[in-house]
Ligand binder design. Structure first.
Ligand SMILES: [Zn+2]
Ligand SMILES: [Zn+2]
Length: 638
């Protein structure tokens, strides 16, 4: 009876008050709705429709059908949708309710697919938190407000990060990552924005500096009075021709006209040995006295050759990094030149636009200057502690604002470098940070707080609020005594915490462990807690306090936990043999990697380690053993 009444009611309402009824209640999309696809769909439409159909089938617990003719209620996809896309930016989308049906349209190579993923996230609550954790609530129906009209334009044309889960295809699609260095998305998903050839520091290869060492030393940089293969001379016309030829060769072999953009990196080698010949110096003197002048001049000419050859969707990328970070004057990068500004010197305890932080105001000046002459700035940003990667890196408070700063200052692409060696060193907050980064790249103005909470609840379980408290405390007390936080840091410059605060954070971790509901959640808590233990073991705090007679055993427990979690390196470029040294027991954890290098002296170290082990009980008090050991090593030059 009730059903008949509501059917009747519906009939009455449909007759005269459709818009009002939908505005009040929204559309109830359920398993009876069809996915409306064009009769001859292209690859993007086929992928988008099938993604929508299969996921909605899971949500509703019934097989949702596709149709090419409208009958009954439907969600129209691609060219079957009646949305006006004329105002939608490239690779954007529009989701709109029209006459009681849902229409999803997109532009470019990935707009439509992104629109479907947005629909699933927005209206079905689908979240891809990690490569292994996807949340998809089941329901009889989902509500789509009748006035829905979502228009999305990508904030960045290129989005990439090297953290772990972001390398996963499904994760990348759901969270909007499109860089091709750490993932390959198939063509129907929109493909990736790829760097042809190398991703960075390509100059030596493109200019073939090593090859001309003896025959043409004038091709090489003149630095400190000597020719060096470390960099080429950027004012030498023959060098330009060699580089041009190699870039065009790369394009002949790898150009994809259907890609949204393809990039060839023409970037300085990773050293400061730039050319100081008369021609280079004169050109730089006339253009602001900075080394970026010769770089832009060189790269512009390659970009011209690429444009003349008809490669319309190709951009030439160069660095504003270290000695080329400052913008030149009197010379402007071409439209098809990308300037990739690197934040390696910055502070991540303060936002980039914090006027009280000197390192960041310097970067902001450079960003502003480049933005004045370049419409295509990319950023290479940093999101881990490269010296002590196992230790908490409390940059959580700056990720979102920094992304907004990039967007508001004309940045068109962002690469967030993190712990790219995570396979050998994964005990911090890698997955949380990755998710925060991905969500901010997708939309720098997203409700990040609620994203973080949703992530924490799924990843760490019912005790997630304790982890949130700990993360917030890390953020509040992060950095040195002035709150500055750099990417090569010791423990004393990472966190400033009183014993009382340390106790409170210990309690948070204990509670989160107790309350974890699944084996996986508990394992995730334990994994991330190691970064906290590592900090304490570096600072002799809590269970590592010199007042605790079991502190050595605690250090060894930490060491065993690191090994059990597959940690074979403690820092970027580490050697993976830190465990050879008995100093694990006595030295602060953030000095362990001083014993990592398996270079000259490693044998001696191990020999003396064994002898000194016999005296440690006497010498261990107050770290005396370690100090003597260290003094010995510094005297022998190890
Ligand atoms: Zn030169
Ligand atoms: Zn700072």
């Amino acid at each position: 009876m009730k059903k008949i009444v509501s059917v009747l009611l519906c009939f009455v309402l449909t007759a005269s008050f459709v818009p009002l009824a939908f505005a009040a209640n929204g559309l109830q999309v359920d398993g009876s709705w069809k996915i409306l696809v064009p009769a001859s769909p292209n690859a993007y439409e086929s992928f988008a429709a099938e993604k929508l159909r299969s996921t909605l089938s899971q949500v509703f617990g019934t097989e949702v059908e596709t149709a090419t003719e409208a009958s009954g209620r439907y969600i129209a996809v691609g060219s079957a949708a009646a949305v006006d896309l004329s105002e939608v930016a490239a690779n954007g989308y529009r989701i709109r309710v029209i006459d009681g049906n849902v229409h999803i349209g997109g532009t470019g190579v990935r707009g439509l697919q992104a629109g479907v993923y947005r629909f699933l996230e927005e209206f079905c609550g689908r979240k891809v938190y990690t490569a292994k954790i996807t949340v998809l609530p089941t329901a009889g129906s989902v509500t789509v407000p009748a006035d829905t009209d979502i228009v999305y334009a990508p904030f960045f044309e290129y989005t990439d990060t090297d953290w772990l889960s972001p390398r996963d295809v499904e994760y990348s699609m759901a969270n909007g990552l499109n860089g091709g260095t750490y993932r390959r998305l198939p063509a129907e998903m929109g493909g990736t924005v790829n760097y042809l050839g190398g991703f960075c520091h390509t100059m030596g290869g493109l200019c073939e500096t090593a090859k001309y060492k003896d025959t043409h030393p004038e091709y090489l940089a003149l630095h400190d009075g000597e020719r060096t293969t470390d960099q080429p001379c950027l004012m030498n016309p023959d060098v330009l021709e060699i580089a041009k030829g190699n870039v065009l060769k790369l394009l002949e072999n790898g150009h994809d006209p259907s890609a949204s953009v393809q990039i060839v990196s023409v970037t300085q080698n990773d050293n400061y040995n730039y050319c100081e010949c008369d021609a280079c110096k004169a050109f730089e003197a006339a253009h602001g006295g900075v080394q970026s002048a010769t770089m832009i001049n060189f790269v512009n000419q390659i970009a011209d050759a690429v444009a003349e050859a008809g490669y319309e969707n190709v951009a030439i990328d160069t660095f504003a990094y270290q000695y080329t970070r400052q913008a030149p004057t009197g010379i402007v990068p071409r439209d098809n030149v990308i300037v990739r500004l690197c934040t390696i010197e910055c502070c991540f305890g303060h936002t980039l636009d914090d006027p009280s932080c000197e390192d960041n105001t310097a970067l902001m000046k450079d960003l502003h200057d480049w933005n004045g002459i370049c419409d295509r700035i990319y950023v290479w940003d940093y999101t881990t502690n490269y010296l002590h990667t196992c230790m908490v890196f409390p940059d959580f408070g700056t990720i979102q604002r920094n992304m907004q700063v990039f967007y508001e200052n004309g940045v068109k692409g962002v690469y967030e470098e993190g712990n790219y060696y995570i396979d050998s060193c994964n005990v911090e907050f890698g997955e949380l940070r990755a998710y925060m980064i991905a969500k901010c790249l997708q939309d720098p103005y997203c409700d990040l707080d609620s994203e973080i909470n949703g992530f924490l609840a799924s990843y760490y379980g019912p005790g997630w609020k304790h982890i949130r408290t700990a993360v917030d405390m890390y953020t509040e007390h992060g950095g040195d005594e002035n709150g500055h936080l750099h990417i090569y840091l010791g423990a004393n410059h990472s966190l400033q915490l009183t014993d009382r605060e340390i106790y409170k954070i210990d309690e948070c971790w204990n509670a989160a462990k107790r309350e974890a509901a699944t084996k996986e959640q508990k394992a995730n808590v334990i994994r991330s807690e190691i970064s906290w233990r590592f900090w304490k073991a570096s600072m002799n705090k809590s269970e590592f306090s010199i007042l605790n007679p079991n502190r050595f055993e605690e250090k060894q427990k930490l060491y065993r936990a690191l090994r059990a979690h597959g940690v074979t390196t403690l820092s970027e470029g580490g050697y993976g043999d830190y465990y050879d040294c008995i100093c694990i027991k006595y030295a602060p954890a953030d000095e362990w990697n001083a014993y990592e290098a398996d270079e000259i002296g490693a044998k001696t170290r191990r020999f003396f380690s064994r002898i000194l082990e016999r005296f440690v009980h006497l010498l261990a008090a107050f770290g005396l053993y370690y100090k003597i050991y260290n003094t010995f090593l510094s005297k022998t030059g190890d």
